[in-house]
Ligand binder design. Structure first.
Ligand code: PGA
Length: 254
């Protein structure tokens, strides 16, 4: 059975102490909520990772992750952080291909394919983001965009390696805008993604892949989104910065 995941993406928010305080609250609130195959992941800025990883020791259903990693193993890349470094502080996940990285840092599918390989080679589990812009949706290109992001970003992986990937469908027009995809819109794309996975790999791989929805997910709309057959949880931005809201989203599974 595929994992159900609620992942927080703090983005470039919270100083060190604020992050620790928020995370302690979150752990206290969610430790008894996430059960069985359900997992809570918090993707923090790099500066928090080591301390957060210490705090999750002993909680099997809570993990931490980074929001980016460099494609090279190591070297002269001033200011960058490698997958190996992230793994070495106890993080388990890394978000790759977030639309903000694609948009502001020019990350292409080709680059993201390399980042994915390096992350996997170092034992990190990628949360690989895909999604169309408003313009692309209005031009009715959303299925083609999703298809090429998958084909160029992750379909070079063999089935074993692909089995470690979590996908996140995040329509760019819904991120941080307060506009959520309707559950029908989200489910339609999630079902399409699963169909693509079945065609590329197998029905088994398609059934086993966790596909998250992201984009203005909040305590009010989470239950309806998570109830959709092909939506296995959420990637939460703004609402992950408030322990109560984030916990309510985790509880929306139950
Ligand atoms: P949001 O962000 O929940 O604030 O819309 C989601 C994301 O960017 O992962």
């Amino acid at each position: 059975m595929r994992k159900k995941i609620v992942a927080g993406n703090w983005k470039m928010n919270l100083d060190y102490q604020e992050g620790l305080t928020l995370f302690s609250e979150v752990i206290n609130m969610v430790k008894d909520e996430a059960t069985g195959s359900q997992q809570v992941v918090v993707c923090s800025p790099f500066i928090h990772l080591h301390s957060l990883a210490q705090l999750v020791k002993g909680y099997t259903n809570v993990a931490v992750g980074a929001q980016n990693a460099h494609q090279a193993e190591s070297g002269a890349y001033t200011g960058e952080i490698s997958a190996k470094q992230i793994k070495s502080v106890g993080a388990e996940y890394v978000i790759l291909g977030h639309s903000e990285r694609r948009q502001y840092f020019g990350e292409s599918n080709e680059l993201l394919a390399k980042k994915t390989d390096t992350a996997l080679a170092n034992g990190l589990l990628p949360i690989f983001c895909i999604g169309e812009t408003l313009q692309q949706r209005e031009a009715n290109e959303h299925f083609d965009i999703i298809k090429s992001q998958l084909a160029e970003g992750v379909f070079h992986l063999d089935a074993d390696a692909f089995g470690k990937i979590v996908l996140a469908y995040e329509p760019v027009w819904a991120i941080g805008t307060g506009v959520t995809a309707t559950s029908d819109q989200a489910q339609e794309i999630h079902a399409f993604i699963r169909q693509e996975l079945a065609a590329k790999y197998s029905q088994q791989v398609a059934d086993d892949t966790t596909i998250l929805y992201g984009g203005s997910c909040n305590p009010k709309n989470a239950a309806e989104l998570f109830a959709c057959a092909d939506i296995d949880g959420g990637l939460i931005g703004g609402a992950s910065l408030k322990s109560r809201d984030f916990t309510d989203i985790v509880k929306a599974f139950n």
